[in-house]
Write a protein that binds this ligand. Structure first.
Ligand code: AMP
Ligand code: ZN
Length: 460
């Protein structure tokens, strides 16, 4: 709201409560959508690794112009259609290592809360039902309207005739057509069977209202942070502020977190140019979801990022290098499997990765933090450094590919026998013998990588 960087401190003194606008489930999410979701995920992870408790709410838009239009086209019920795309979204989120939100409410499951909010807005003089079956928010009743998106010279087009009102029913519109926006849409033929009863007749809620109603339900009037892609600042978030502040009276979000868009080949993604890539499209071309995540992280969230296949190739290589360096460091410091996420939350000493951590803490500069991971690796020497590395990787949500160990056929039988013997010694906690056998293996040029259940042998 103020365009300043502020320290994030939970307003209730305990839990950092934040909301980000979730997907509209009418097709597969594209990598642009995932840039926004990944950045919100890194925000949460960074807060948690920093020792804060979080409450993360992300909604599902399962009723709007697009979901209704496309479910009818597909000949499916709205519920079945949106569930199908929600399942796909969840699969993609898991592949990208996004932490599931603590609460994931859907618009359709919160119709009564939305109706109640409209009633309150009408009662307080912020909304009106002109008799066309719809209800509109009166933006002239809220002088702060436009503050978040710095809307200048706005023309408040209020009190339109019924014919002119058609444009106000759209979920999305541009800044040059600021008008009273719709809270409840009267039933239309093109909605098919998708309508609910209300005091104003059959219809459905407008898109902007769902977030205000669900935020009130799960986070209350005032909460720590609200996020989404930059396109949501106007009109969506502007409308959310108006609805929520006029009905609840609270301060609403204390901070705003908007991510700049992802471009492809320097241009807006476009269906006709074939540049609206999904995770599946990229997997088909041989890129793993983790390589895509790395690519999405590699630009500072305030700047537009440009996706190209050249840069994705470079990330594939960089992730491999990172995995190799981690594996060498693990061997060097004699560590086991990476620490669990929970054990890294609240870590105070990041060793040679302190600079990387500082960049993450300073307005989530993922680009600079990743650069500093490679610097930190050059100096990393002990277990603290190794832990610091894993804390940064956990904050970035990056998991590393497994380094291929030598095939069984390449391992000399003498080496294999020593390794088996050492594994037995280690399993029965005979540490002295285990160490001695480790040294013998080292002399032969081999190193054992201990996992939880088994080990791998690698040539030095
Ligand atoms: P939607 O499913 O269309 O409601 O969008 C989900 C999220 O993706 C919203 O936060 C949008 O702002 C965001 N988004 C849409 N396009 C892009 C893009 N090209 N780059 C980054 N974020 C985007
Ligand atoms: Zn929203």
């Amino acid at each position: 709201m103020t365009r300043e960087v502020r320290e994030l401190v939970p307003v209730d003194g305990e839990t950092f409560r934040f909301y980000c606008c979730g997907p509209t489930v009418y097709g597969p999410a594209h990598i642009g959508n995932f840039r926004t979701f990944v950045m919100n995920d890194v925000l949460r992870r960074t807060l948690e690794i920093g020792g804060l408790k979080t409450l993360h709410v992300r909604n599902i838009t399962d009723v709007d112009d697009k979901t209704i239009r496309d479910s009818l086209k597909a000949g499916m019920s709205l519920g079945d259609f949106t569930q199908m795309w929600l399942d796909r979204f969840h699969t993609d989120c898991q592949a990208l290592n996004l932490l599931p939100p603590h609460i994931e409410p859907s618009a359709v499951a919160h119709i009564p809360q939305q109706i109640a909010m409209i009633e309150e807005l009408i009662e307080k003089g912020h909304a009106y039902a002109p008799g066309d079956g719809s209800v509109y928010f009166k933006i002239s009743s809220f002088p702060q309207y436009g503050k978040l998106s710095r809307l200048e010279n706005r023309e408040l087009e209020v009190g339109k005739t019924q014919n002119q009102r058609a444009g106000q029913l759209a979920d999305e519109y541009e800044k040059d057509s600021v008008t009273d926006f719709v809270l409840w849409k009267g039933r239309r033929d093109e909605d098919g069977a998708n309508f609910w009863q209300s005091p104003w007749g059959d219809g459905r809620p407008g898109w902007h209202l769902e977030c205000s109603a669900m935020i009130r339900e799960y986070l209350g009037e005032t909460f720590d942070l609200h996020g989404g892609g930059e396109d949501l600042a106007f009109p969506h978030h502007e409308n959310e502020i108006a609805q929520s502040q006029c009905s609840c009276g609270g301060r609403f979000a204390l901070h705003w977190f908007h991510g700049a868009h992802l471009l492809v080949d320097g241009k807006k993604m476009s269906k006709s140019a074939g540049t609206v890539y999904t995770l599946a499209d990229l997997e088909e071309k041989g890129f793993s979801p983790m390589e895509v995540r790395y690519e999405l992280l590699s630009a500072y969230y305030r700047k537009q990022a440009n996706f190209t296949f050249d840069s994705l190739h470079a990330k594939k290589e960089a992730l491999g290098k990172l995995a190799k360096a981690e594996s060498e460091l693990r061997t060097h410091v004699g560590a086991d499997a990476p620490p669990a996420y929970e054990d890294l939350c609240g870590l105070s000493d990041f060793g040679t990765f302190t600079e990387a951590w500082n960049y993450l803490q300073d307005d989530l500069n993922t680009a600079a933090a990743i650069g500093k991971v490679f610097t930190g690796l050059k100096q990393a020497a002990n277990k603290q450094d190794w832990q610091g590395l894993h804390a940064i990787l956990a904050a970035l949500g990056l998991t590393l590919p497994v380094i291929e160990a030598a095939g069984a056929a390449d391992i000399p039988s003498e080496v294999q026998a020593l390794a088996d013997e050492r594994w037995e010694a280690r399993s029965s906690k005979d540490w002295a013998k285990s160490d001695e056998l480790r040294d013998q293996l080292k002399e032969l040029g081999w190193v054992m990588k201990d996992g939880r259940e088994s080990y791998e042998l690698e040539q030095l």
